[in-house]
Ligand binder design. Structure first.
Ligand code: BGC
Length: 441
């Protein structure tokens, strides 16, 4: 089982930035020395996993039908919707200069064309709070979830999905673009391609299909197509076009002030044997996305895979596994960044990296072994501009529910009280110290 099986492993159980505008030159590039001072250090979260009560989103429907692939319902999640000021203040107090979060499209547009000004005002408050605390907001416009009406209309499996997404992006850009930092249009739209090399996707196909049909019945639609449970071959060209059009809109609305990119799930792809077809896997899981227009790529890495002829190989015996059931492999981050840099010569941000563990000492060790890999890449001239850890909070880990603990901060499941773990102060100290001296100029 590789890292991405992990995302599905819960299934197994249940069946230039704004504020640092100098970094965004016309093509999104600048010499390393020009942005070293603005290297972003931060932690991340995604609306659906932390806000709670995202009842108008497609996955809310998928959580409430039978059969479902979700081990637990998201419910109140971490109640961030009511505690966002506290969370932003906490992240800033740790020493971070950036904060990654996402906007929930279904809150902005709960029904087609019906725009919630209150939701826009809420996200304005989030941006303002991040900026007031001296951090650069890294905003994701689509982090796995869409409005339920959008999934019912075929989602990104049909070309008709492009226009509604671009309209949503135009609305948030008009209302909030003045506060944008780097913008991630889509989070890990390549995940389906990556997962297709694991055995679990094939095993789970019947239950995924059955739950999609149950969701379609629940909303009186012919089909129901959430991005994360969709057909990646259908979706890939459609999402790439949606991303490229969204990028044009954001550039127009912000005067080209902010860089716009995709964040991608990137495993360190290692040959599992002499018949490994790494290029074939990359063609499914990575390369089409690196050919898309963009000012940066967000690398999101959690482990490595051992690639075989047409599937990944199982975990080797005896390796330490995380709560996600993939190998504990902090050094994989360096491999993932180098892999992307082979095909991409514009800026890279590490937009996610982390480990699911109950043992926070392992998280500290993970950070200590992952971060130097980023520095090593930079020493070799790779233009890495930030390290954002997943996640600020323990949260709702999709199919795996609340079990896996990715947070620097724990969240009490009944009082929602936040308690920073030692790893939070640890990464904060690294962030405050900043880049090693040799990388500062
Ligand atoms: C996603 C996050 C997820 C994390 C850990 C990434 O796939 O962007 O939403 O929680 O990995 O599995």
């Amino acid at each position: 089982m590789n890292r991405r099986h992990l995302l599905l492993s819960g299934l197994g159980a249940s069946a230039a930035l704004a504020g640092q505008g100098q970094a965004a030159t016309g093509d999104g590039r600048s010499p390393r020395s020009a942005h070293a001072a603005g290297f972003l250090w931060g932690s991340a979260g995604a609306a659906y996993q932390i806000e709670g009560g995202n009842v108008a989103s497609d996955l809310w429907v998928m959580e409430h039908v039978q059969p479902t692939i979700f081990r637990e319902r998201s419910g109140d999640a971490a109640d961030t919707y009511n505690r966002v000021e506290e969370d932003v203040a906490l992240a800033a107090s740790l020493g971070f200069n950036a904060h990654r979060f996402s906007i929930e499209w279904a809150r902005i547009e709960p029904e087609p064309g019906q725009i919630s000004l209150a939701a826009i005002a809420y996200y304005r408050k989030v941006f303002e709070s991040i900026r007031r605390h001296g951090m650069t907001p890294v905003v994701t416009l689509h982090h796995f979830t869409s409005p339920r009406w959008f999934a019912a209309a075929g989602g990104f499996e049909v070309r008709e999905g492009i226009d509604p997404f671009v309209r949503y992006v135009e609305i948030v850009s008009k209302h909030l673009g003045d506060l944008f930092g780097p913008v991630v249009t889509f989070n890990e739209p390549n995940l389906g391609g990556l997962l297709s090399w694991g055995a679990l996707t094939t095993q789970l196909r019947p239950i995924i299909q059955a739950s999609r049909q149950a969701a379609a019945r629940a909303v009186n639609a012919e089909h129901f197509a959430p991005l994360v449970l969709g057909d990646f071959r259908l979706q890939t060209p459609i999402i790439i076009e949606a991303h490229e059009r969204a990028r044009e809109v954001i550039r127009r609305e912000t005067g080209g002030r902010v860089p716009v990119g995709l964040s991608l799930a990137v495993n360190d792809e290692r040959a599992g044997g002499p018949d490994a077809r790494i290029e074939a896997k990359l063609e499914d899981a990575l390369l089409p996305w690196l050919r898309a227009e963009g000012d940066f790529v967000g690398v999101q890495n959690y482990t490595y895979s051992l690639v075989g002829a047409d599937k990944d190989l199982p975990n080797p015996d005896g390796v330490e596994l995380t709560q996600m059931n993939y190998p504990f492999a902090p050094e994989a981050l360096e491999g993932a960044v180098r892999l992307v840099a082979k095909y991409w010569n514009k800026p890279i941000y590490v937009t996610e990296n982390g480990v699911a563990t109950e043992d926070d000492a392992r998280r500290v060790a993970f950070i200590d072994r992952a971060v130097p890999g980023v520095f090593a890449c930079m020493r070799d001239g790779i233009d890495v501009r930030g390290y954002i850890h997943w996640s600020l909070l323990d949260n709702w880990e999709w199919f795996a529910g609340f079990g896996p603990k990715f947070g620097l901060v724990s969240v009490d499941r009944t009082t929602f009280q936040r308690t920073p773990k030692p790893s939070a102060a640890h990464l904060g100290r690294i962030a405050r110290a900043g880049l090693p001296r040799d990388l500062r100029s």
